[in-house]
Design a protein. Structure first.
Length: 435
């Protein structure tokens, strides 16, 4: 008796699924074997016995480079000694805990050699050969020069050892397996090279090195796929996972592109957090606070030159929304905002930003506006701007619908024609913060 047509279709589908599963298992086994082939133990059981102390200039250079890479931001938990690890980095797959980078022999990198440290940056492998999770941005760090890696290693070795055991990552299966990580790397990771135009001068090359490598700007300013992979050379903007902030495109003058800015304004923004053309808010404010304000004038100019030379994207402005009168939003603006931002959204130069013509107001993604109204908007307190003006949070004072009405009013006033914000958009941001 022959199977019916529906049964035959089901059997063929089951057979196809079986073939796909078998193929996937085969790839996982192959990548696992490839990983195991490179999982060699460190040759020197205690490199600290023979490591010669680095000279003061090398240590100082390493400290500067660690600032440029903003390493302390991830490798320091609240209230703990610098670089002692333990900070949880939330991802869509679970939480990754940053390691202890102090030279403690049991819990830090005290037994690491300079070669071990270089391999971690270049290949994303720990001292024992384990594959590291890409929350550590080795896709960017793989372009770091060996002499800079050695300087950073020397600086970390100069720190006071802190005995703080590393926390095990809290990731869901199968993301917590080395086999899955090897499979991910086979798809998405290859040690990189600086990408810059052929006739680049020394300044442009330095800017590319800082942006694409140490600064790992693409870790935020590029979109990620369903498996968390992004292009380390892409700066076209993306939603930062788990934070619900949008890192705007650096290729688009409608978002965060600075190709039309004077170089001095770019340097001012990175050095102080404020400039005549904008201010750093949210996660970027933290980058300025912990990293870019400490960079030299020459390096900040190099970054600015590189950002000015990025190929510009075509306009990504949203389709103009039909003009609508939002009386509720206008009334909320008059009650809570007009005193600082002005009746026509003109702001106060040097204190409160203009909302009229503000790129952040008109972007297709409204999430940053929602975050700023919920949690307040503050530029970083830097050496060049130690007492920044700020906006208080309204997370308690205003409901989801009120914030949606207020922002919809901003996005349709003073020449803006962006789409309305919904109460659901606001609730999504509240929920992301556990509220």
């Amino acid at each position: 008796m022959s199977p019916s047509r529906p049964q035959a279709k089901r059997w063929r589908a089951a057979a196809l699924i079986g073939v796909l599963i078998s193929a996937l298992i085969g790839v996982l086994l192959a990548t696992t074997l490839a990983w195991q082939g490179h999982n060699e133990p460190a040759r020197d059981p205690d490199p600290s016995r023979s490591a010669a102390p680095a000279d003061a200039q090398t240590v100082q250079q390493g400290a500067y480079l660690a600032r440029a890479g903003n390493c302390m931001a991830c490798h320091t938990s609240a209230g703990a000694p610098a670089y002692s690890g333990g900070r949880g980095i939330e991802t869509p797959f679970g939480t990754v805990y940053a390691g202890n980078l102090t030279p403690d022999l049991q819990t830090g990198i005290g037994r690491w050699s300079a070669d071990d440290f270089w391999r971690a940056l270049r290949e994303g492998r720990s001292r024992d050969g384990r594959l590291l999770y890409p929350a550590f941005p080795y896709a960017n760090y793989s372009v770091i020069r060996r002499e800079d890696s050695d300087a950073m290693y020397a600086y970390l070795r100069s720190l006071t050892p802190v005995h703080q055991p590393n926390r095990a990552h809290d990731l869901r299966w199968p993301f917590n397996t080395q086999a899955a990580l090897a499979f991910w790397r086979a798809l998405y990771f290859e040690p990189g090279q600086i990408k810059v135009e052929a006739q680049a001068d020394a300044t442009l090359l330095r800017g590319a090195y800082l942006v694409q490598g140490l600064g790992h700007c693409s870790a935020c300013h590029s979109a990620r796929n369903a498996l968390g992979a992004s292009n380390p050379l892409d700066l076209a903007g993306g939603l930062i996972p788990m934070q619900n902030w949008y890192a705007p495109s650096l290729n688009s003058r409608e978002e965060a592109g600075v190709m039309h800015w004077p170089l001095a304004d770019i340097v001012a923004l990175l050095k102080t957090g404020v400039s005549p053309r904008g201010s750093a808010q949210g996660p970027m404010a933290e980058v300025v606070l912990h990293s870019t304000q400490h960079l030299s004038e020459a390096d900040l100019q190099a970054i600015g030159v590189f950002l000015q030379r990025l190929p510009e994207q075509a306009s990504r402005l949203p389709e103009p929304a039909p003009p609508t009168a939002n009386r509720a939003g206008a009334a909320l603006y008059d009650k809570h905002c007009v005193q600082c931002h002005g009746e026509q959204g003109q702001g106060v130069p040097g204190a409160y930003p203009a909302l009229a013509g503000n790129r952040a107001v008109g972007m297709a993604q409204p999430v940053n506006l929602v975050q700023m109204v919920l949690h307040g908007g503050y530029a970083p307190a830097t050496a060049g701007n130690p007492r920044p003006f700020g906006m208080p949070p309204y997370i308690v004072d205003l409901s989801n619908q009120e914030i949606a009405d207020l922002l919809s009013h901003l996005r349709s006033s003073w020449g803006h024609s962006a789409g309305a914000v919904s109460a659901v958009d606001v609730q999504r941001s509240r929920a992301q913060q556990g509220r």
